[in-house]
Structures are given as C-alpha cells and as structure tokens.
Write a protein that binds this ligand. Structure first.
Ligand SMILES: N[C@@H](CCC(=O)N[C@@H](CS)C(=O)NCC(=O)O)C(=O)O
Length: 190
C-alpha cells in the first residue's frame, strides 16, 4: 500500500489509521508547495487534488473517512470496526460519516467565524459538539471500552483543531482528545 503523504496535512489521519491497523505501507511524500498534488498523475488517484490518497494494488481511495472504513474492513484482526451485520455497525458508519459531513465543516465555520445557516446541510458547531458528547457518553471511546475507526475519524477532528490552536471548552471532549493523543500510535503532525 502507498499513502500519498505530507506530515503537515490531513494525511496524518490516514497514517494514524494505518498504524492502528498494524499495516505495512510506503509513504509517498507530496510537496504541497511544489503543487505535486495537482499534477495529472496525482489527479488520476485523487481527482480533488488533495491529501491523503491511498493506493492498494488496483484500489485507489481518497477522503480520510473512506480510507478509514476501507482499512478497518481490510484488517479485521485489528478489531477497529463492527462486522457487517453486527448491531453496532449502523452507528459506527453513521459516526464516521458524521465526522466529515457535519463535525468538520461546523468546525471550519467556527474557526473562520462564519454563521452556519441550516440550508448549508451541516449543523452548527455547538450542536455538533452536543452530538459528540451524547455519543461519547462516559467513554473512554465512542463504543465504550472498544476503540474503533470512528474514534480515529471523530477524534482526529479535535486533534486537528488543537494543532490549529483551538480547543472546544468542553471538558468531556478535551479529556477524550487527551486520551486519543496518549495512544502509542496516535496522530502526529510533522
Ligand atoms: N475531507 C478531506 C480533506 C482533504 C484536504 O482538505 N486536504 C488538504 C490538506 S489538509 C489538501 O490537500 N489541501 C491542498 C489543496 O486543496 O490544495 C479528507 O479528509 O481527506
């Protein structure tokens, strides 16, 4: 497997997931300053011209959420996803999609000091935090004692926000982010 990577990008999320899976992979460095992510060769892998992208034989993937779902299913021995047919599977898929479809854009609005009108299709920042708090419950992870790829995706949003200098002001979420940061294979920005 090849992960197209820059340590100062969201590709650190896919790398974290690969490490949690115990996968063997090669990092392909992409220089964003030189716009290597906009070359015709790279656009054949990720038509959006963004990092990360993952190539696994004939399979190509872009978007962290898709990469995390794919890897969790590819490495069942890592036990990072409920199996197809398991009752937890629906909530797991919902949380992974929520991370990128609702939580991430709401955070973007918050950090850019933008309003989030309901027509935008995603929720406002405080409501997104409320939803995460409800789903986290008493933790330590979104599925209690079971760490899954949903924690990688939801959790990475808070870790990324920390890197950009932001904190939620929600003790429960900050304690969750601390636990995520303390994981031996946790997300590291270059
Ligand atoms: N939702 C995407 C976000 C990807 C993304 O925005 N990547 C940024 C780096 S953090 C990028 O490649 N930006 C370069 C550009 O758009 O020119 C994912 O999670 O994969």
């Amino acid at each position: 497997m090849k992960l197209y990577f820059n340590p100062r990008s969201r590709a650190v999320v896919a790398k974290w997931m690969l490490d949690e899976c115990g996968a063997k992979y090669e990092l392909v460095p992409i220089d964003l300053q030189k716009r290597e992510h906009k070359t015709p060769e790279f656009l054949k892998i990720n038509p959006a011209g963004k990092l990360p992208a993952l190539v696994d034989g004939e399979a190509r993937l872009f978007e962290n959420a898709a990469i995390c779902l794919y890897l969790a299913d590819k490495f069942p021995e890592a036990k990072l996803a409920p199996k197809i047919g398991a009752p937890e599977r629906g909530r797991y898929l919902s949380l992974v999609v929520y991370s990128t479809s609702q939580l991430e854009p709401s955070m973007g609005d918050h950090m850019m000091k933008q309003q989030t009108p309901p027509q935008r299709g995603w929720t406002d920042y405080e409501s997104a935090l409320d939803a995460v708090e409800r789903e986290l419950g008493d933790g330590p992870w979104l599925f209690g004692d079971w760490f899954t790829a949903a924690d990688v995706m939801i959790g990475s949003m808070f870790l990324y926000m920390r890197i950009l200098g932001g904190k939620t002001g929600r003790p429960k979420i900050e304690a969750y982010a601390d636990r995520l940061q303390a994981r031996p294979k946790g997300m590291k920005m270059g």
